[in-house]
Design a protein around this ligand. Structure first.
Ligand SMILES: [Zn+2]
Length: 205
């Protein structure tokens, strides 16, 4: 039971942290701009994401709490209730007639060295996986945009085309200009483009 609860809490926190990291990196990439994953922009976005996920450190005590509770909090409470710390059997004298436990509660801090290391290593792993996953999603979206543009070029549409990015970066656009090629301008650095909702309706200059 304690193992289950500790594990479930870890999984829930891990999934939440993963979703947060993916969303943050997609937003950072959209803010930085750049089409086709240019290394400098990707690196800039990764640094931004590192800063952006720092608030997740507040979840570390939460991640350590279940193991602490079952290792110390719960046994101590049983002890004050005159029950066996290990099995909760009502008894005053030890060894416990039910489980043979000696009635001691192991001293255990919330922030143990191994616990902290484990959470931080896992956190770094989650961050790395999330960044890769977000990059995969971004590349896939840009590849789809290329295909959409190719399709329109095949229909002989010769005007600038644009549409929002997919996912969390949808406040920024992907853009194709017959003269300049593909680009993904910084969302707060480009002129508002008419018809940015639908692909291919931008007024020509
Ligand atoms: Zn017992």
């Amino acid at each position: 039971m304690p193992g289950w609860v500790t594990m479930a809490a870890g999984v829930v926190l891990g999934v939440a942290a993963t979703l947060y990291c993916i969303a943050f990196h997609e937003i950072a990439r959209a803010l930085v701009g750049g089409f086709g994953s240019p290394p400098l922009q990707v690196l800039t976005a990764i640094v931004g994401s590192m800063v952006g996920v720092l608030p997740l450190l507040m979840l570390v005590p939460l991640a350590l709490l279940p193991a602490w509770w079952f290792g110390r909090g719960l046994p101590e409470r049983r002890r004050t209730q005159r029950r066996c710390p290990d099995c909760a059997y009502p008894c005053d004298r030890f060894p416990c007639p039910e489980c043979g436990g000696d009635g001691t509660v192991a001293p255990r801090e919330l922030f143990t060295r191994t616990g902290l290391m484990r959470v931080l290593v896992l956190g770094a792993l989650i961050f790395a996986i999330s960044v890769v996953w977000a990059e995969v999603r971004i590349r896939r979206d840009e590849r789809l945009f290329r295909l959409e543009v190719d399709r329109l070029l095949a229909l002989d549409v010769r005007e600038p085309l644009a549409r929002p990015r997919e996912g969390w970066g949808s406040f920024a656009i992907l853009r194709y200009d017959p003269a300049l090629g593909f680009s993904a301008p910084q969302p707060f650095d480009h002129e508002r483009i008419p018809g940015w909702r639908a692909i291919g309706r931008e007024a020509s200059r």
